[in-house]
Ligand binder design. Structure first.
Ligand SMILES: [Zn+2]
Ligand SMILES: [Zn+2]
Length: 348
């Protein structure tokens, strides 16, 4: 089969590789390029041992009949079914696996990182993924490209659900105008009907945020703190701040625009070793909650599929470019240059 194999930083080769035939294979229909893929391509990553095929936001067609969710609630999926994939490969033995927090597994492996992923014509699905119900059927009213974005939507749902309940009067501030920031924007506008401001940097993306009904869009500058506080009015700050950018300045900004009793979520990963200083009394007297969220679970992927199929969340607005597998480097290039939102590989 044809695959884009990551060999070393700045070295990805599209070539024929043998297919490892195991129990469950998917014919890939679409695989989106995440910022993570672009960073691995440039700098490598501690989780990635090349040669490996990257790509963890994918949708594909099952090649053989299978039973999914083996632990009791098994259901049959027929060959030809289109599915979204939860890329987690958990150990199934640790404390976190036992309570269903597979994203927190202490021995976690992931499709598209430590195991071959979706930038190829076919992908083998490890048994653990089947066992945890990690293949989710995709309804016909979602395109392949939208289905590839169900995984990032599930990650944003993980973040959104940890911020609940959102008080009616509170304002939401999302720092970051990338695909993840804009999916958060849609979640807070459409599920909790909140007033939402986006703090961004890229004019084209800020324009998209306005088109997705952001109540305010601010370009990051020295005035941002004052502008955001003004936006939040007499609540004197945001009730929820989501950090959806890996730019470390976002953390300080978050602490300056958050209201009393607010929640701050560190959704995005930061450069490794990044630390922050916090005033303990600021947290104490203002009752601030700071949390982090990472990845998602099969349950959240199912929930993401439901709200995308209902068109509560519009994933088509997040897809800005489509490329063939042979154009993988172009897709990575538009991703790291912020030329759009998500680039999706959809021709293999
Ligand atoms: Zn991703
Ligand atoms: Zn585990």
């Amino acid at each position: 089969m044809l695959a884009a194999v990551f060999h070393a930083p700045n070295n990805i080769i599209v070539k024929q590789v043998p297919i490892t035939r195991r129990q469950v294979m998917l014919k890939v229909s679409a695989c989106a390029v995440c910022g993570y893929d672009a960073r691995v391509f440039r700098n490598g990553h501690r989780k990635v041992r090349p040669p490996v095929i990257l790509g963890h936001e994918l949708c594909g067609e099952i090649q053989n009949d299978i039973i999914v969710g083996g632990d009791g609630g098994g259901m049959t999926m027929n060959a030809g079914s289109r599915v979204a994939v939860c890329p987690l490969i958990p150990c199934l033995h640790c404390h976190y696996c036992k309570i269903g927090d597979y994203n927190l597994c202490i021995n976690l492996k992931e499709i598209g990182s430590s195991s071959d992923g979706g930038f190829a014509q076919y992908v083998t699905i490890p048994e653990q993924v089947i066992r945890i119900g990690g293949l989710v059927p995709v309804p016909d009213n979602l395109t392949d490209e939208e289905a590839a974005l169900l995984e990032p939507l599930a990650c944003c749902l993980n973040s959104f659900s940890r911020m609940l309940p959102v008080a009616k009067e509170s304002s939401i501030v999302i720092i970051g105008d990338g695909p993840m920031g804009l999916i958060h924007l849609q979640l807070f506008k459409r599920l909790s009907h909140s007033r939402v401001a986006i703090v961004g940097k890229i004019p084209l993306r800020m324009e998209k945020a306005r088109a997705m009904d952001a109540d305010a869009v601010f370009a990051y500058s020295r005035e941002t703190v004052a502008e955001v506080l003004d936006f939040t009015g007499d609540s004197c700050g945001a009730g929820v701040v989501v950090i959806a950018t890996s730019n470390p300045v976002a953390f300080e900004l978050a602490t300056k625009v958050s209201a009393r009793n607010s929640k701050i979520n560190a959704f995005a990963g930061m450069p490794s070793g990044q630390t922050f200083l916090l005033d303990a009394n600021w947290m104490h007297y203002n009752q601030i909650s700071i949390t982090g969220t990472f990845s998602s679970t099969p349950k959240l992927l199912g929930e993401a599929t439901r709200i995308a199929a209902e068109k509560t969340i519009d994933l088509s607005a997040i897809v800005s470019h489509k490329f063939s597998l042979a154009e993988i480097e172009k897709a990575i290039d538009v991703t790291e240059k912020y030329h759009g939102l998500r680039a999706v590989i959809n021709k293999f």
